[in-house]
Design a binder for this molecule. Structure first.
Ligand SMILES: NC(=O)c1ccc[n+]([C@@H]2O[C@H](COP(=O)([O-])OP(=O)(O)OC[C@H]3O[C@@H](n4cnc5c(N)ncnc54)[C@H](O)[C@@H]3O)[C@@H](O)[C@H]2O)c1
Length: 327
């Protein structure tokens, strides 16, 4: 296959973030001429970029995608764009107007600039949130998005539709990737909405009973972050355009099963404690059907939940130890 990455110039918005930093590492394997990262570090960090920040191919611009003049400077000269900068689902719910500015207006500005500067292809980070509670399990891309109730999911649906219309009107090539529940080393560990996996790892470390809110039957499809980065690169390399793809691990795991798996990889015999559910989660099931990505992009996940949890646990405990030593 013709290597589109070699000698090309690539912009990654949100490239200092969790998934974006792995996409940079994956791209660097194919010798691009330049990778420009535009990130305001609201959630991204220098720690995430440690493996490549000193690479002369990588140019980090600390700035905001809402700064249209800066965004234009970054888009100009890019052959390809990965659009990953976004607010998280809870941040959108807490501040929908902020969500509008980042997820809708700036995505529109970006699409317009990509047309103006003749970007050859955009890879857009969408989400399984577009489905709300899906109609089918496993969920194919043809399930409709009308059950989504979140601003974040709505913004991602709109983003996909924005790029579809720009393909139709201006010929801008794009692929949208609907990630399921992405996890792995470098995931958020300190934020207000820290993922349940990290809270449980803290319990294991401190020998405290891990808490499950509700009955633990809610299911998710946990896909390892390195696999998600591979899906991004596959979407760029393929000739496919104007399509959305699920990116999951195609395994349905309940919170109860997830806890059992985390306890197992850490040789822990802790017993969970159940608490009344304190948030309303309208999505009780997630399970991806990846067959479209397998057939058209040649993408298949490679990291099992056990392997991924092992890697995550090791990274997290080492990080904690390093922080303690530095205090
Ligand atoms: N993590 C998941 O489970 C998941 C699932 C579905 C979709 N996604 C999508 O994947 C993409 C990457 O997510 P992630 O998990 O790496 O999240 P992340 O928060 O780690 O990465 C997003 C990055 O965007 C940056 N950013 C946010 N607002 C910005 C702005 N206004 N200007 C410049 N930079 C800004 C943040 O600093 C961060 O580094 C996002 O679009 C997200 O919606 C993630």
């Amino acid at each position: 296959m013709h290597n589109k990455i070699q000698n090309s110039s690539i912009l990654i918005t949100g490239g200092a973030g969790f998934i974006g930093s792995y996409v940079v590492e994956e791209l660097l394997k194919s010798q691009p001429a330049r990778i420009m990262i535009l990130d305001n570090l609201i959630r991204g960090s220098y720690d995430n970029m440690q493996s490549f920040i000193d690479n002369p191919v990588v140019e980090f611009v600390q700035g905001d995608i809402r700064d249209t003049a800066l965004l234009e400077k970054c888009v100009a000269g890019a052959d390809y764009v990965f659009h990953m900068a976004a607010l998280r689902i809870n941040a959108c719910a807490a501040n929908p107007r902020g969500g509008f500015d980042v997820m809708l207006k700036s995505t529109f500005d970006l699409a317009e600039l990509c047309v103006k500067h003749k970007v050859k292809k955009v890879i857009y980070s969408s989400s399984a949130s577009v489905y709300g509670l899906a109609q089918h399990f496993p969920t194919p891309e043809t399930d409709n998005p009308y059950d989504n109730q979140t601003f974040y999911g709505g913004a991602k649906i709109w983003g996909e539709q924005l790029f579809r219309s720009f393909k139709f009107m201006y010929g801008l090539d794009y692929v949208a990737l609907r990630y399921f529940n992405v996890y792995g080393a470098r995931m958020d560990t300190d934020g207000k909405y820290t993922e349940v996996m990290i809270r449980w790892l803290d319990c294991i470390r401190d020998g405290k009973a891990p808490l499950i809110y509700g009955d633990g039957s809610t299911t998710m499809d946990f896909v390892y972050v390195r696999d998600v980065a591979k899906a991004n690169v596959a979407a760029l390399l393929s000739e496919v355009t104007d399509q959305s793809f699920n990116v999951g691990n195609c395994e349905e795991t309940s919170l109860k099963q997830l806890l059992e798996a985390i306890l197992k990889v850490n040789d822990s015999a802790l017993e969970p404690e159940y608490r009344e559910e304190n948030t309303v989660n309208p999505v009780s099931r997630r399970l991806a059907d990846n067959s479209k990505a397998k057939n058209l992009l040649g993408f298949e996940p490679t990291v099992s939940l056990e392997e991924g949890l092992q890697e995550l646990s090791q990274w997290y405990f080492e990080k904690k130890k390093a922080t303690e030593l530095s205090i």
